[in-house]
Design a protein. Sequence first.
Length: 220
Amino acid sequence: MANANPTPLMPHATAAWLVDNTGLTFGQIAEFCGIHILEVQAIADETAATKYTGRDPVRAHELSMEEIEKGQKDPNYKLKMTVQAQDVIRRTRGPRYTPVSKRQDKPDGIAWILKNHPEVSDGAISKLIGTTRNTIGAIRDRSHWNSANIVPKDPVTLGLCSQRELDALVAKAAKKAGIKAPEDSRLEGDREALLEELRAERTAANEARAAEEAQADGED
């Protein structure tokens, strides 16, 4: 489900606006914003770790109302960003920037990819994580200055990239290498966990409502 097209400059805020103001499906919003569909669902259910203030992509000239209407009429329609916005984003987006607080996690993320997806090229890892080939080579042959403390960790969990970006990278590398891309079963587990959480919230709400009604009856 890789998205080769440019994505909004503020994908999560844009997703929040689209959830609140359109009838687009979660899949369409996730595809346009370049984020995971479960992230869109979490935004819609207000269970996301961060509360996002919606950003109107129409006012930002990233999406037209005509595109939104096409998407609302056809759930399989893939929204297209305006040409003007694509040009701006291509000019303003350079090499991946990683916040200082995340940079110390890069070696762990690189080690995880090297261990779990050896078919991915150093160049691809470099672009995904925002590092150099020399660093990747040092981690691979354990000549990195901090090798003793490097522990392979999923770069998505570390916040170094999105699941969509990693999935696209692995799928592309697997295709080039002539091997079958591994099936990711995490989505199924995530969905079950999310559904369980929603069921618990619904049960708690029903219990609270029943308690309020019982209290009201007692007062009468």
